[in-house]
Design a protein around this ligand. Structure first.
Ligand code: HEM
Length: 415
């Protein structure tokens, strides 16, 4: 990964030199996508290791089906650093394995058996069982700050929910939530531009799960890790290496994705009192409103690696190129959505791609939706009218997962 200061030069031509970490782009990428859709719908850059950025819904629909020409072998939005490459190559030699966190890093035919193993954890029925835990967690968090009349809705609410819920599901200690958040930010946020942090956090996550797997092999207890230890894929029991990879994926995928979606939603309501009032008056809108918030503030962009030369609408991609599946940009395409750049809480037709599309479509979407519903509805039940306390203090993270990290609000207790 390139990490020189030149990466931070201002962008003059977004079609040929975009910067996914440009602070204005991270704060609001929609104006750039609008311009690119018209002028150069699949943009290119040499920054951050080089990549292609599609912005039209139809192109994304096409690209998710191009498997394995667009491979999932390396789904981060930046390439591994040279130090990380060395580690990965050594692991490949030792374990004979290139898909490190299946199923998200696997192409067919390897993908399906691993996806099948984790899907039962996130079925509607399985997820429903976690509603009481999630609701009581949200209520406890609110109990802790309601008397004060002000709180950071991102850091002190959204960020506190998702690590505990996924820990609860995986059978690991929810009290270590802060540590999990640090690791996940190290891999998906800070580590994208600071390779040492990526390495440190990846190592910590794997060491943590190695300890858990060793312990569960001795004392199985019917939790998710014990289930994976007992499972088979491709006709064999899973090795520790594969179980560690799958657990790391579930922890990483389950935290800042949904936390970003919850904090974007609270940011939206804090800045749109009319939408806040509407949901208080029409709570039956929550399920469609959550879909619309997912569309508008879609947090997740995924990488693909080109494995053979392909041409899409004039963009000629070569073997080894990286493509960023810009689901958030596709979700703002006016060809696919009327009033695409507006939040329409009761939008009827909403075939958004926030959870991706195709064989890798989000395995945790039922869980994410449940967490959003419970977190937002519990907030609305307990917290009265709320607004941003300081618009300047709002900060956003971007790259792989986009969402606000600081959303200070003041509020009245609900009447
Ligand atoms: C609002 C929250 C979420 C969003 C927007 C989201 C988005 C996505 C997207 C776009 C993909 C497709 C990846 C690709 O095409 O390469 C994906 C895959 C995945 N997500 Fe989520 N996700 C969310 C929450 C979760 C949660 C809570 C979990 C639970 C652990 C989870 C687990 C996964 C897994 C395991 C995959 C890989 C599926 C596969 O490769 O077959 N996600 N997610």
């Amino acid at each position: 990964m390139a990490d020189s200061d030149s990466e931070r030069c201002p962008v003059h031509d977004w079609a040929r030199d975009y910067d996914i970490f440009d602070p204005d782009y991270v704060r609001d990428p929609a104006p750039v996508w609008r311009e690119l859709r018209e002028r150069c719908p699949i943009a290119h850059t040499e920054r951050w290791g080089g990549s292609w950025l599609p912005t039209r819904y139809a192109h994304l629909q096409q690209m998710v089906k191009m498997v394995p020409a667009l491979s999932s072998a390396s789904p981060l939005v930046v390439p591994p650093s040279p130090e990380m490459m060395e580690i990965l190559e050594a692991e490949t030699e030792k374990h004979g394995e290139t898909s490190r966190t299946p199923p998200i890093t696997s192409d067919p035919p390897r993908h399906r058996p691993y996806r099948r193993l984790i899907m039962p954890l996130f079925s509607p029925h399985a997820v429903e069982k976690h509603i009481p835990y999630t609701r009581s967690l949200c209520n406890r968090l609110i109990d802790g700050f309601i008397a004060g009349g002000r709180i950071d809705a991102a850091a002190d609410y959204a960020e506190q929910i998702t690590p505990r819920v996924i820990a609860h599901i995986l059978g690991i200690d929810p009290a270590r939530a802060e540590e999990f958040v640090g690791w996940v930010r190290g891999v998906l946020e800070i580590g994208l531009t600071e390779p040492d942090e990526m390495l440190r956090c990846r190592t910590a996550i794997r060491a943590f799960f190695q300890e858990m797997v060793t312990e569960r092999r001795k004392n199985p207890c019917g939790d998710a890790i014990s289930m994976l230890i007992d499972s088979e894929a491709e006709g064999e029991k899973l090795t520790d290496y594969r179980i560690l990879g799958m657990c790391s994926l579930l922890l990483i995928a389950g935290i800042d994705t949904t936390w970003s979606a919850i904090s974007s939603s609270l940011y939206h309501f804090a800045t749109h009192p009319e939408d806040q009032a509407r949901l208080r008056a029409e709570p039956e809108l929550w399920p469609v409103a959550v879909e619309e918030l997912l569309r508008f503030y879609s947090p997740v962009t995924m990488g693909r690696i080109v494995t053979e030369p392909v041409e899409i609408d004039g963009a000629e991609m070569q073997e080894g190129d990286r493509v960023l599946l810009n689901f958030p940009g596709a979700n703002r395409d006016p060809e696919a959505f009327e009033r695409a750049d507006e939040v329409v809480l009761d939008r009827e037709r909403n075939r958004h791609m926030a959870f991706g599309l195709g064989i890798h479509r989000c395995a945790g979407s039922n869980l994410a939706r449940m967490e959003m519903q419970v977190a937002l509805r519990t907030w609305f039940e307990r917290i009265g009218a709320f607004e941003l306390e300081d618009a300047e203090a709002v900060t956003w993270a971007g790259g792989q997962v986009r969402g606000p990290r600081r959303v200070p609000v003041r509020f009245e207790a609900a009447g």
